[in-house]
Design a protein around this ligand. Structure first.
Ligand code: 9D3
Length: 253
């Protein structure tokens, strides 16, 4: 997997790529990630990457030429087609489905937005996707780029040691995870549920499934619309709906 990130803050992005699962996968050669300083693609003496907006108004806008030059140079070096993701608060929300699609490609390019914005011709002529990571205001696309790289990387075979834990990921199944406990068995008066220390693996599996469904039902009911459920799971879900109706808890949280 070859990933290229173009930014005016290369050290910020490098710092985020150095540790953890992604850092290890880079060291092991599973991920070939290059961070490019946008200033390296300027042609003027002062390496200017931004300019005032046409029409006036506050702030600065990233100039198009260095971004186009960066993508040209990256495509030259990498060869082949590459998606070009532009990070932007106006983009489509990044999802696990996007991560899956990108993980199936040979690689992609991320352009980090900054300042008040990016010259719109980058969006219309250069980017293949315009991506936001959520409805909150950040100072730029560097953290979103790291979020995208992290989500995609863990879907690349071998990057996460335990393939089972990737398979069981909540968003892979469309459900939230069940609660986890470790020792001690009692902490501040709270005991770990008996079933988990019982050693009955069938019961443990059913308990975890029921907990995952209940949590999703209570905390993220929107996920249930698209979750892939088998007959047992749909039956459990019907029971949750009915108990909520019976006990008069509907409309509460
Ligand atoms: C004050 C300017 N803003 C008006 C509401 C527009 C604006 C431009 C650029 C707001 C933030 C940014 C910088 N953010 C990103 O580049 C960004 C981002 C984000 O802020 N939230 C979620 N996802 C993303 S992806 C890129």
């Amino acid at each position: 997997m070859q990933i290229d990130i173009v930014t005016i803050f290369p050290r910020m992005v490098e710092a985020g790529l150095a540790e953890g699962v992604v850092g290890r996968a880079r060291d092991r050669g599973l991920l070939d990630i290059a961070v490019h300083d946008l200033r390296a693609f300027t042609t003027d003496r002062h390496h200017v990457v931004d300019d005032v907006p046409f029409g006036g108004g506050p702030g600065m806008v990233l100039k198009p030429e260095p971004l186009f030059a960066a993508v040209d140079a990256i495509r030259e070096r990498r060869g082949g087609v590459r998606d070009v993701l532009l990070t932007s608060p106006a983009g489509r929300r990044f999802t696990q489905a996007d991560a899956r699609r990108l993980a199936g490609a040979d690689g992609f390019i991320v352009l980090c937005g900054r300042y008040e914005g990016v010259d719109d011709r980058v969006r219309t002529l250069l980017a293949t996707d315009e991506i936001s990571i959520g409805d909150y205001v950040l100072s730029g696309g560097e953290l979103p780029a790291l979020v995208i790289v992290d989500a995609v990387s863990r879907l690349v075979p071998g990057v996460v040691g335990d393939e089972q834990s990737v398979e069981g990921d909540s968003f892979t199944r469309g459900l939230l995870d069940y609660p986890h406990f470790t020792r001690p068995a009692e902490f501040r008066g709270q005991r770990v549920p008996d079933v988990l220390v019982s050693g009955h693996h069938g019961e443990i599996r059913r308990w975890r499934l029921a907990q995952a469904l209940q949590r999703t039902f209570e905390q993220r009911p929107d996920l249930l619309a698209t979750a892939v459920l088998d007959e047992d799971e749909r039956e459990l879900l019907r029971a949750l709906h009915q108990s909520r109706a019976r006990t008069g808890h509907e409309g509460e949280d």
